[in-house]
Design a protein around this ligand. Sequence first.
Ligand SMILES: [Zn+2]
Length: 640
Amino acid sequence: MQRYHRLTVKNFSARFLRLVGAAAIAAATLPALAQNNATEYRFTFPDVVHHVVQVEATFHNVPQQPLTVQMSRSSPGRYAAFEYASNVFEEKFTDESGKPLTVTRPDPRSWTVSGHHGTVHVTYKLFGNRVDGTFMAIDTTHAHLNWPATVMWAHGFDDRPSKLSFVLPEGLNWKIATQLYPTNDPNTFTSPNLQYLMDSPAELANYAIHTFQVPALKPGGKAQTIRVVAHSQATDAELAEYFAGVEKIVKEEQAVYGELPDYEPGYYTFLADALPWDNGDGMEHRNSTVMTSRQLGLSVVAHEYFHNWNVERIRPEGLEPFNFRDVNMSGLMFVAEGFTQYYGNLAMIRTGLTPMPRGMMGFARDISNVINSPSTQYRSAMDMSRMAPFVDGASDLFPTYFNNTFVSYYTFGDVVAMGLDLSLRVKTNGKVTLDDFMRAMWLAYGKPGGPAPGLVGHPYSIADVQTQLAKVSGDPAFAADYVKRYMIGTEKVDYASLLQHAGFVMKKRGGATLGNIYLMKKGDPVRRGQAPAGPETLKVAASTVIGSPAYLAGLDLDDELVSVGGMAINSSADVEKAIDGKKVGDSVELIYKRRGQEVRSKAVLAADPTLEIVPVETAGGTLTAEQKAFREAWLGTKVK
Ligand SMILES: [Zn+2]
């Protein structure tokens, strides 16, 4: 729904960037003229032990009226709201001579500064100690800086460039890795505008780096440079294996699109942070990605690298431009994240980095979640996409019913993508695939670029999805039907019969079950954000699924499960043991405590609806030559 309108403002730097156009995009450093009103940031690290960075920002050529600066509420690729202003302290606003300026607070994350003479200088300290793709972290091993969590920015300055200088702490041997534009000074970088700045996190650490070239697939194409930065405790052998895996994935995904994007700073940078105290995360950016986890892993590489086309350049409506004052919402997250999820999994299988049977189990889990969730009866892939701001790392004190009302747009989109890929392959005898669709989206909306570095010129709509699908399939009626029923609507394709073409059997597990009961040892109550009270007992920690035997027997959140069929329950495994040997339709007694009262109830065991996908040849059948060829074309490597 949002398009980039800001460049219509009569602003010198914006017009300049537009006039210079492609030349400015290609240049590795910013034109000198644009630097005159560049916002300057300087970062010092007076107290890494206590996770504190000092930030100095200078805003030049400030128009006569009061200037409002603010900390962001959201970060690119993370769709929930966070108040990054909460960790700012000792903020001081002065003019060019160091004289304090008058400051008012229009809202919790903004400062309005008046009485200046064209220059506003602010210094502040900031605490940060969460290593992931959304916040920022400082410690004795690194500064992991995500800009929305770190810098104050000025309203009305979106098109202005900025210059960032780092004063590295002594004796820690830190280097700086980022997609920001390099300068002749290794500790100084630039950004052409606010959108690009916020999208360009930096890792300051004593890291390992591996650089490689990816030759073009087409004659006359341009080779691209990829840098892999790893801040980890991995051994040299582990690093070598990781770097080799990254190269394999990059080439496999290049084959889907036929080319790599042209990276504005001259290279793409993987920023891997793998330390025992890290949080698991992956965050895509235009010319880089941040990946954090306890150990170096490749499936996150396969997902994030696919984003450098899908999301970073093929960007849906609603995500362009990023709105740092609030959150973004898009009904197309299932394409942005879900199709990326599908291709990440596919790249892992195609490269052989994930064994095929295990990869298929992953697809089965996603199909199972979509088919079996009560929520997908009334919420489509587009509806789930619009819920991203409620679920993407959002934490609230109030409990939600998401176990019954939500399926991730990653999962849903993965399943929609697989259904579409297989439908196209079956319909055209393998002549047209989802790879063709992604390439068409790239050529129509990604490759043409935007009005300035970091901006996307044509964020696509669901109508655009239909247009490209009609084009590649050569069948507008098929495209209209598919979009209407499976993307906007809540219908599901027949996965079992589609998978048969590739020689896979999809079936329900079928054994007797009570339904998923998620048990945790907890005090009372078990809700997030509330301190446990009373002794820890085994409680149901998530809503039971509507229609499941446990749900129908009245079991729900916070209930203390005492026994099943006469067997005392001390762990989740005990629930399985208690119904072991029982049949679908058998009745078992549940005893549980609710709000101090004992409740006795009967549950009728149902057939386990969890889906499995197994190769026909391991399920007692024979793989035909036709199925083998179909499977090979789908899951085999595309790298020649
Ligand atoms: Zn993603």
